[in-house]
Design a protein around this ligand. Structure first.
Ligand code: C2E
Ligand code: CA
Ligand code: CA
Ligand code: CA
Length: 279
C-alpha cells in the first residue's frame, strides 16, 4: 500500500510538473511569434436571423507552430494574458482584421462589420482605445464597422482607465458586444454603465436548449433582457436547424455557428461571401 501511495504521489506531481513545463514552453514560444509570422486569423460569419442582410464576420486567432502544429487559443490566450504578451498580440489581431476587412470591402465583398475578441488585460492597458482608433485609421477601416467582443469579467470593474477607454470608443462609434453572456456574473449593472450594443449568448446555453426546458428559458430571458435594454442579441455555437428554429422563434437577432460555417481561412471566407452575393 505504501508503494502504491508513493507511486500515486509521483504520478500526480509529474503530471503537475508537465503542465507547468508546457505553460512555460508556450509562454516562451509566444514571445516573437508575431515576428516569426506564426499567427493567422480565421473568420466566421454571423447571419441575420430575420432577413438576408449581409453577415457580420468574427476574427478568431490561430497559432501554427512550425514543427509542433496547431495550438488552441483556449490554451494560449490565458497564458498570453498572464505574461502580458496579449497586448502586443491583440494589437496585431486588430491591425490584421482591419487590413483584411478593408481589402475585402475594396474588392466589393459585402459584410456588415468585423468583430474582434478583446481580453480584459488589453482594456486595462492605458492608451488601448486610442490605439484601436489609430489602427482603424492606418488601415482605412471605419471604427463604426469594427466591433469589440468583451467578456463580462472585463466589464465588472469600473475604473478611470476603463471609463476613459469606453468614452473614446463611444466617441468614435466603435460597437461593443458582451461575449459568452450568461456565464460570468449575476451583477448586470455594467450593461447600463458601458455602451454595450450586443449580447452574445454563450454556446453552452445553445447546446443545452433543446434538451432542457430550463436552459431554453435562459436563452429566451437573455433575448428579452437584451431587447428591453435596446440591444441586439446573438447566439453562438449553433449547429443544428432545430436550434436555429428555436432561437429565431425566441427573437434572436443574429446566429453564428457550424450550421452556417466553421471559422474559415481568409480565402475561403471570401469565396463564401461571394457565393452569398450570387444567391
Ligand atoms: P469565443 O470568442 O467564444 O469564440 C467561439 C469559439 O467557438 C471559437 O473557438 C469557435 O471556433 C468555436 N465555434 C464557433 N461555432 C461553433 C459551433 O457551432 N460549435 C462549436 N462546438 N464551436 C464553435 P476558438 O476559435 O478555438 O476560440 C476559442 C476562444 O479563444 C474564443 O471563444 C475567444 O474567447 C478566444 N479567442 C480567439 N481568438 C481570440 C483573439 O484574437 N483575442 C482574444 N483575446 N481571444 C481570442
Ligand atoms: Ca467571441
Ligand atoms: Ca463563447
Ligand atoms: Ca470567449
Amino acid at each position: 500500500a505504501k508503494e502504491a501511495g508513493r507511486n500515486t504521489y509521483q504520478y500526480y506531481s509529474q503530471d503537475a510538473l508537465a503542465k507547468i513545463q508546457r505553460k512555460l514552453e508556450i509562454e516562451h514560444a509566444l514571445l516573437g511569434a508575431i515576428e516569426r509570422e506564426e499567427f493567422t486569423l480565421a473568420y466566421q460569419p454571423l447571419m441575420h436571423a430575420e432577413n438576408d442582410q449581409p453577415p457580420a464576420i468574427e476574427a478568431l486567432l490561430r497559432w501554427h507552430r512550425p514543427g509542433i502544429g496547431y495550438c488552441s487559443p483556449a490554451e494560449f490566450i490565458p497564458i498570453a494574458e498572464k505574461c502580458g504578451e496579449i497586448v502586443r498580440i491583440g494589437d496585431w489581431v486588430l491591425a490584421e482584421a482591419c487590413r483584411q476587412a478593408a481589402a475585402w470591402d475594396a474588392a466589393g465583398l459585402e459584410f456588415d462589420r468585423v468583430a474582434v475578441n478583446v481580453s480584459a488585460v488589453q482594456l486595462r492597458d492605458r492608451g488601448f482605445a486610442e490605439r484601436v482608433i489609430d489602427i482603424c485609421h492606418a488601415h482605412g477601416w471605419p471604427p463604426q464597422r469594427l466591433e469589440l467582443e468583451l467578456t463580462e469579467s472585463a466589464l465588472i470593474r469600473d475604473t478611470d482607465v476603463l471609463r476613459h477607454c469606453f468614452d473614446v470608443l463611444e466617441r468614435h462609434g466603435v460597437p461593443l458586444a458582451v461575449d459568452d453572456f450568461g456565464t460570468g456574473f449575476s451583477n448586470l449593472h455594467y450593461l447600463n454603465r458601458f455602451p454595450v450594443g450586443r449580447l452574445k449568448i454563450d454556446r453552452s446555453f445553445v447546446q443545452g436548449m433543446l434538451h432542457d426546458a430550463g436552459t431554453a428559458e435562459v436563452t429566451q430571458a437573455i433575448v428579452h433582457l437584451g431587447h428591453a435594454l435596446g440591444m441586439k442579441v446573438v447566439a453562438e455555437g449553433v449547429e443544428t436547424e432545430q436550434e436555429e428554429a428555436m432561437l429565431r422563434r425566441q427573437g434572436c437577432d443574429e446566429i453564428q455557428g457550424y450550421l452556417y460555417s466553421r471559422p474559415l481561412a481568409p480565402r475561403d471566407l471570401a469565396l463564401w461571401l461571394k457565393q452569398g452575393l450570387q444567391t
